[in-house]
Design a protein around this ligand. Sequence first.
Ligand SMILES: [Mg+2]
Length: 208
Amino acid sequence: MSTSMAAQGSNGSSARSKLPSMIVFDLDDCLWTPEMHELPGMPEIPVHGDLDDNGTQGVVGLQVMRYQDTVKLYPGARKVLHELATNPKYKDITLATASSSLEPSYSYACLDGIEILPGVVMGDMMSHNQIGRTGRLSPDKVDHFRLLHEESGIPYTEMLFFDDCNWGDHCARVSERYGVVGQQTPYGLQWEEFLQGMSKFEKQAASK
Ligand SMILES: [Mg+2]
């Protein structure tokens, strides 16, 4: 990996850099289902299954004690996160979450419990998390993005955002306010939507 970096030179802002510096994911109904407020309690029982198409076993979901309710990733979201975790092409992209979850402790439990690779949980991949709607956060994701920007120092125009947008057009909000490139994922993140988002970002970067 270091040799390919060297080949690109030390100038991170070269014309070849068309990947976002940061990808921000909504959680409920974008990466996983169901929504946290639909759960009857803390999701805490590991559910095992295939982490990928090759039969690698791991914790694919978390179930609520004494209930059938289980939080699982959408297949497309699992594929996207697996790709981001394993493809060297994406290794310099910072990953983050922006969720207006009504139950942030459940959200963090899922991030800390659901694996993408054996021994690598979702939370290990995320450098920044803004989850909730109280305190400095609100249901308006403009707040989440302001804090992500403050924490990371990454310009808004170098961010790509995925959100189901089924309860308000969060993508449009942060695009209008900050110029963040957004991709809607109304049925949970699909692989094609990931590629569309990356392509949208590349076009915006090229237009500058
Ligand atoms: Mg959502």
